[in-house]
Design a protein around this ligand. Structure first.
Ligand code: F0G
Length: 488
């Protein structure tokens, strides 16, 4: 029997090895180091359209130097998001055919409901078409003016749904998250001391919910420890405050707990997730991530009255309570994905390929948020292009360079996305100039990732000659999606 066991996360070990030996394969009869292989065979393929740098320069100019405006066919490796971009398994496709499309009480709904209840331990389950629909329902109902929500870091749609209702959203990542180079293993943690202070200041009855985002996407895809989830639970219980887990990457989080937290070495990934869910009062999931589907989500709750109120909103805005915003076939695929995502071989491959990319570009001197998180590698473009000030958008510059040199599409998370203008029209930059390389699940092979690492060689050698960008046209809100740029 062959089992994948070792992680070479130590970068010195990594640098000394052939990159293909990042992961060790061990058979029970002795140690043997072999190339990691994807734990699947490819049954159906989708072509990638090869392009030259010259063509890409033309496409980029036509897209006004904004990769959101590119056609997907013009992209070689699409790292825009890990959301809804998973490849489904043959089992999931078989489930699609089995999907029961009855309006009420479909078998596919029963299957999904039982799967979620078993996983989360919550008895009231509301299916939605994606994560933000669940957010709108729950935070719309419990939020509103005068309410405060507290999170390790709210994802943008979470914050938007909370603020849209007039409530306030406060982020309290742990102190260790500020040091991007240290190897502290759980930089996704919440600052529990601050949590207690904020609850006291706001008064417990005004706190809408405490939301633990696992892994912490906006905070660099960093994991949250079980100890932290437990400490947050204790504070929530002490003050009688609702505790919700934003669980869209909980399987990836469980991987880190098993590898890095004491006492979990021999615990199954699914059991680790179950233990975390049991600490909270409910969860919101965008199934487009760790349920390995292209669309879907749910809200699951422990409290019956709250679930009833939310179900009324579900029926008005999404659909009847046994399908929400989904078809029977979507629910069938989701139920299967929620099981597959906790398989040892899958999670091992998944997290290793993310760290393989992160460690690979770090070894070339590219500054990244460290340790590498679960679903994405976050490059510090501000530190890479020290000669480009925030007003000339170093993150957007790197995003354009990656496309030009390699046809790679990534997303800027810096002053284009979060920058604001002061009263005199001067840019107030974002705290960091990051670029996220988010890796779709089960989509790319190691040679795709090797190719991306090679493209970074060119990024490094052109670094000092690379010039920044300026915005020439922008909308009032969410400008990163549609703004037009020019190269300086
Ligand atoms: N919560 C987190 C932590 C997320 O990362 C996302 C989506 C959502 C909620 C919303 O879910 O898209 O299904 O409505 N994140 C995607 C991303 C869009 O690219 O990180 P959704």
């Amino acid at each position: 029997m062959t089992k994948i066991i070792a992680i070479a996360s130590d970068s010195s070990v990594f640098c000394g090895l052939n990159r293909r030996r990042l992961v060790a394969l061990h058979n029970t009869r002795g140690m043997a180091y072999k190339t990691i292989i994807e734990p699947f065979k490819i049954k159906s393929v989708e072509p990638i359209h090869m392009t030259t740098e010259e063509q890409r320069m033309r496409y980029m100019t036509e897209a006004h130097f904004n990769p959101f405006l590119l056609r997907a066919q013009q992209v070689l490796i699409d790292f825009l998001t890990d959301s809804g971009t998973s490849a489904m398994s043959s089992e999931q496709w078989a489930g699609i055919l089995r999907g029961d499309e009855s309006y009420a009480g479909a078998v596919s709904w029963e299957r999904l409901r039982d799967e979620i209840e078993d996983l989360t331990t919550y008895p009231f389950i509301l299916p939605t078409h994606q994560g933000r629909a669940a957010e709108r329902i729950l935070y719309g109902y419990i939020g509103g003016a005068g309410k405060t929500f507290i999170s390790n870091t709210h994802f943008d749609t979470t914050r938007a749904n909370i603020e849209f209702g007039g409530a306030v959203a406060i982020d309290i990542p742990c102190e260790e998250a500020k040091d991007h180079d240290s190897d502290f293993p759980f930089k996704g943690n919440m600052n529990v001391e601050r949590l207690e202070q904020i609850i006291q200041e706001a008064k417990p009855e005004n706190v809408g919910a405490v939301i633990l985002t696992v892994t912490n996407n906006t905070g660099g895809g960093q994991p949250v420890s079980m100890a932290n989830a437990r400490a947050v639970a204790a504070v929530c219980r002490k003050y009688g405050v609702l505790y919700i887990i934003d669980c869209c990457r909980i399987a990836e989080n469980s991987y880190f707990i098993r590898q890095k937290e004491e006492g979990y070495k021999d615990v199954a990934y699914r059991k680790i997730a179950q233990e975390m869910f049991a600490l909270a009062d409910g969860c919101i999931m965008s199934a487009k991530k760790d349920a390995l589907v292209n669309i879907g989500g749910f809200l699951a709750l422990r409290n019956e009255q709250l679930a009833e109120a939310c179900t009324n909103l579900l029926i008005i805005t999404e659909g009847f309570s046994t399908y929400g915003g989904l078809s029977g076939r979507d629910m069938e695929a989701m139920a299967i994905g929620l099981r597959e995502v906790f398989e040892d071989d899958y999670l091992n491959y998944r997290i290793k390929s993310t760290s393989y990319l992160g460690e690979g570009i770090r070894a070339k001197g590219i500054p990244v948020i460290y340790p590498i998180g679960g679903h994405a590698v976050y490059v510090d473009a501000g530190a890479l292009y020290r000669h480009i000030p925030p007003q000339q958008y170093p993150g957007q510059t790197l995003v354009c360079e990656l496309y030009k040199k390699g046809g790679i599409r990534a997303v800027e998370i810096g002053s284009v996305m979060f920058g604001k203008y002061d009263t005199e029209g001067k840019l107030v930059p974002a705290p960091m100039e990051l670029v996220r390389l988010a890796i779709p699940r089960r989509v790319y092979t190691q040679s795709h990732i090797d190719y991306v690492i090679e493209v970074f060689d060119e990024i490094v050698s052109n670094k000092t000659q690379t010039r920044g960008m300026k915005i020439i046209k922008e909308p009032k809100f969410l400008r990163h999606f549609t703004a037009h740029f020019e190269q300086l």
